[in-house]
Design a protein around this ligand. Structure first.
Ligand SMILES: [Zn+2]
Length: 436
C-alpha cells in the first residue's frame, strides 16, 4: 500500500516537473527556435506581397444619417493629410507614452473613413479632398470636378449662397490639393496657374498658407507660366499678408477678403523647420480665421466654415521621416486642441478632425521581434512598392459639437461631407455676406 502511494506521488512529481520543463522549454528554447523559423527575417523587398484586382464599380450606398435636433452654426474642419491611426498613435507614444492623451483623444465621437477614389483603391489628396468638399467621388488628380470633367459645387460655394463665411488654411502652398478642392475646379491638381486665379475669384473670405511663387510669373522668380502677376491682383481685391506680424497686426475692424501668403513655397521649409517667428503655425492661422469670421458674423453672416490642413504630415510619410512627422503632428495637435476648447465655449460649433488618406505605411513594433517585453519600440515606414506612398487603409474621423453623432461607425469620405451639411443650420438661401 505504502509503496503504491510512493509510486503515485513519484508520478505526480515527475508530471509537475515535466510540465515545468515543458513550460521552460516553450518559453526559451522553442521561442527562440520557432519564432526565428516562423517569422521570416527577410527584408520587405524579399517578402511575399499579394497583388489583387479589386472591383471599383460597385455602386456606393450613402450612409443613413440621423437628424440632429441641435444644429451647428459654425464648422471647423481639420485635415491631417496622410494621417491614419498609426500616425496618431506614434505621436501619442512619442509625446507622452501610451497612457498620455492628445487632443483628438478628448473627442467624444469617432469613426472610420474609407478613402478610395472613384477610379482607384488608393486615393490621392485631390480626389479625397473633393469628396470632403463636394460629397462626390472623383478620379485621382481631379479637384472640384467629377470623373467626366463636370464642375461640382463645393462646400464654400454652397455655404456662400446661404450666407456663411469661409476660410481655407494650409501649411503647404495654398494652391495644394486639399485647400484647392474647397475653392477651385480643375481636372488636374497640377494646374496651379488656374487654381490660384480661381481662388482670388472665389467667395472664400480668408486664405492663409504658403505659395507666393504660384502667384508670380517666372520672370519675377515665380512659378507662373502665364506671365500674370497675381500678387498685384490679390492686392487689388484682398488685403495681402506676408508675415506673421502683419497677420497679428491686422486691423480687425477692416472688412473684406484676406490673402495670407507667408512663404514662397510651403511653410517651414527644411532649412527653417521651426520658422514660427515669421510664419504662423496652423493654430495661429485658425485663431486668426475664427476672429475674422466673428467680424463677418457681426456684419450679417450666419456662421462660419473653416478648413485647416496639417499638410506636411503627408510629406513626412512620403519621406519616411519620423522626426518630421512628430513635428507636423504637434502643429496639427495644437490646432485641434484650440478648436476643441473653442467649441466647448461656443456650443454652436462643430469640430471635425480627419484625414484624406494614410501615407507611408507607418508601423509600430517591438524593437526586438522575439521579445515583446520592455518599452523599446521601433517606428518604421513600410511600403512594398519601393517608395513612400499613400496606402489604402482607412483613416479616423473625430467629432465634437452639434451633429457629431453622425461621424461614427464606418463612413465613406463622401458621407463626411453629408454629415457636415446635416449638422449645419443652413436656413433660407439668400445672398452672399462677403463683400466683393
Ligand atoms: Zn501625399
Amino acid at each position: 500500500m505504502k509503496s503504491k502511494l510512493l509510486i503515485g506521488a513519484g508520478i505526480i512529481i515527475i508530471l509537475i516537473a515535466g510540465m515545468g520543463l515543458g513550460y521552460w522549454a516553450t518559453q526559451t528554447v522553442a521561442k527562440d527556435y520557432f519564432l526565428k523559423d516562423l517569422i521570416p527575417s527577410a527584408t520587405l523587398d524579399e517578402k511575399d506581397a499579394f497583388v489583387e484586382s479589386i472591383p471599383v464599380d460597385v455602386s456606393l450606398e450613402p450612409k443613413q444619417l440621423s437628424r440632429n435636433v441641435k444644429k451647428a452654426k459654425n464648422v471647423i474642419f481639420l485635415i491631417g493629410d496622410g494621417m491614419s491611426i498609426s500616425q496618431v498613435s506614434a505621436y501619442r507614444l512619442v509625446q507622452g507614452g501610451p497612457n498620455s492623451r492628445i487632443a483628438v483623444d478628448r473627442f467624444p465621437y469617432s469613426g472610420i473613413v474609407l478613402t478610395h477614389a472613384e477610379n482607384a483603391i488608393v486615393t490621392d489628396s485631390a480626389s479625397s479632398a473633393t469628396a470632403y468638399s463636394t460629397g462626390r467621388k472623383t478620379n485621382n488628380g481631379a479637384l472640384g470636378m467629377d470623373s467626366e470633367n463636370n464642375e461640382l459645387e463645393n462646400l464654400t460655394e454652397t455655404l456662400d449662397q446661404y450666407g456663411f463665411v469661409s476660410s481655407l488654411l494650409a501649411t503647404s502652398e495654398i494652391t495644394h490639393a486639399t485647400p484647392a478642392a474647397f475653392a477651385a475646379h480643375v481636372d488636374l491638381r497640377w494646374k496651379t496657374d488656374e487654381i490660384s486665379a480661381q481662388m482670388i475669384e472665389s467667395k472664400v473670405a480668408t486664405f492663409l498658407g504658403g505659395g507666393r511663387h504660384f502667384f508670380l510669373p517666372e520672370e519675377m522668380d515665380g512659378k507662373r507660366k502665364d506671365a500674370r502677376n497675381l500678387l498685384e491682383e490679390v492686392n487689388a481685391s484682398h488685403t495681402l499678408l506676408t508675415t506673421k506680424d502683419e497677420m497679428n497686426d491686422f486691423n480687425d475692424n477692416k472688412l473684406g477678403k484676406v490673402f495670407g501668403l507667408f512663404a514662397d513655397e510651403h511653410l517651414r521649409s527644411i532649412d527653417s523647420p521651426d520658422n514660427h517667428s515669421s510664419e504662423p503655425s496652423l493654430s495661429e492661422m485658425l485663431q486668426f480665421a475664427v476672429k475674422r469670421s466673428g467680424q463677418f458674423i457681426n456684419n450679417g453672416c450666419k456662421g462660419f466654415f473653416i478648413m485647416g490642413e496639417g499638410s506636411q504630415v503627408d510629406w513626412a510619410g512620403h519621406s519616411n521621416n519620423l522626426e518630421y512627422l512628430i513635428r507636423e503632428m504637434q502643429d496639427l495637435d495644437s490646432a485641434v486642441e484650440w478648436a476643441f476648447n473653442y467649441a466647448k465655449q461656443n456650443t454652436d460649433t462643430l469640430v471635425v478632425v480627419t484625414a484624406d488618406h494614410e501615407t507611408g505605411g507607418l508601423l509600430i513594433e517591438p524593437a526586438n521581434p522575439a521579445d515583446y517585453n520592455g518599452n523599446e519600440v521601433k517606428f518604421s515606414f513600410n511600403t512594398a512598392v519601393g517608395r513612400g506612398t499613400h496606402t489604402g487603409v482607412p483613416v479616423p474621423v473625430y467629432a465634437y459639437g452639434p451633429g457629431a453623432e453622425n461621424f461614427t461607425g464606418t463612413l465613406d469620405n463622401t458621407d463626411v461631407y453629408r454629415a457636415v451639411i446635416e449638422a449645419l443650420e443652413l436656413g433660407e438661401k439668400g445672398s452672399s455676406c462677403i463683400p466683393n
